[in-house]
Every structure is written in C-alpha cells, then in structure tokens.
Design a protein around this ligand. Sequence first.
Ligand SMILES: C[S@@+](CC[C@H](N)C(=O)[O-])C[C@H]1O[C@@H](n2cnc3c(N)ncnc32)[C@H](O)[C@@H]1O
Length: 226
Amino acid sequence: MEQDDPAEALTELRERRPGAWELLQVAAGSGLAAYAVWALLLQPGFRRVPLRLQVPYVGASARQVEHVLSLLRGRPGKMVDLGSGDGRIVLAAHRCGLRPAVGYELNPWLVGLARLHAWRAGCADSVCYRREDLWKVNLRDCHNVSVFLAPSVLPLLEDKLQAELPTGARVVSGRFPLPTWQPVAVVGEGLDRVWAYDIHRGGPVGQAASGPGSASVPGVPGSHAG
Ligand SMILES: C[S@@+](CC[C@H](N)C(=O)[O-])C[C@H]1O[C@@H](n2cnc3c(N)ncnc32)[C@H](O)[C@@H]1O
C-alpha cells in the first residue's frame, strides 16, 4: 500500500494493533532473553548440583544482614556463609570483627562480584570468597555459620551441620528456619527473620520441632523474639 502523507502514515501506525505473529515474536524474544540471563548469570556452577539442591540467588535484605550480625557479633572462631551470593554477609561479618570470614559460592559471577565489593571496601586481603560447592565443604572448624537457602534443602543441611560442626558452634538461618532444630534465639519479622541454633556435644540444643512461624522460644534461656 502506497502512503504519500507522512502524518497519515504515522496515525495509521499508531492505531495499528499488533498481530498474532508480532506478539509471538515478542514472547519468543522475552523467553530467549530470560533464558540467556539464566544460562549466563544464574546457571554457571550448578551443572554438577542435582536439581533438587539448586538454590537461586536472592540477596539478604539490609535488615536480615543486621539480624544475622546481632546473633554472631562478638563470637570467636571462623565464620562462614554457605552460598554467599554477592558476599554481603561475609563482608559485614568481617567488618564487625568475625575472623576469618569466608564465603562459599558456586556461581563464579557472584564470587567475582563479592571480591569486587571486598576490594572496593578495602578488605580484599582479609575476607575470602571461594568458588566451592557448599555440600562438599567440611565444616569441622567452623564456629559461626550463616545460611540463607531454600526450605527444600534445609533437611539435608541439618544432617550435614549436625555431622560436621564442632561443639559450641552457632548456626544462623535467614528467612527460613531449620525444620527440626530448636532455636536458641529468633530475631526480626517476616522476610527478615533470622533463627539461631547452638551445637552442644555433637548436636543442636534440643530438637523439638519449631513451627515456621515461631517467634519466641519458650523454655530456652537467653532466647528472644525481635
Ligand atoms: C538465597 S542466596 C543467599 C545469598 C547470600 N548468602 C545472602 O544472604 O545475600 C543463596 C546462594 O547460595 C548459592 N548456592 C546455592 N547452592 C550452592 C551450592 N551447592 N554451593 C555453593 N553455593 C550455592 C546460590 O548461588 C546463591 O547465591
């Protein structure tokens, strides 16, 4: 169709509705873009991890980081974040005096980003980010463990922590509680909530089930809800 008048052509273009073919192209384009982000940024590192153990990256909120630190501050011994993402918890832990502070993360992009943040903070030589599978790291010398993982992997994580952590170790879990351990402290609300668990003589203190919504810890000295 010939269109001599540019104004008319513009009006026609504005009023035209996208056809099914164009909609299909947009949908395919968006799908491809989403796949590229997943394949390039999120998937690297996970190829050898079984699907049921894969946990996507979601950074801890500032409040969550604050709560993790309130439960670990002043404690001696090595601190590790299992699945350290962009390294924010490890960096904050180092800044509040936990030494050494180490992050284990599978995604190489996130390990790189964490190192960049540490470098910009002037802590490049003092915090450590390792590209390792958290399920293969031995935790026997870790006295302070932070986790923010998916509920689906927490039962298996409980077994690993119980088998490997030394007496006196503390585990803090962000957003989701460990399914069967009894927390000694709970801080924060909603998505920012963090649970603390202490290991005594080869196991966690108490092992009664605590519901996911539990905000206080009856009968546990020193426990508190934030
Ligand atoms: C929900 S994010 C938490 C990130 C960080 N801890 C924070 O609180 O900001 C979970 C992280 O665990 C990492 N991850 C999942 N499975 C892992 C594994 N098997 N070994 C190491 N890192 C893993 C993911 O890549 C992701 O960065």
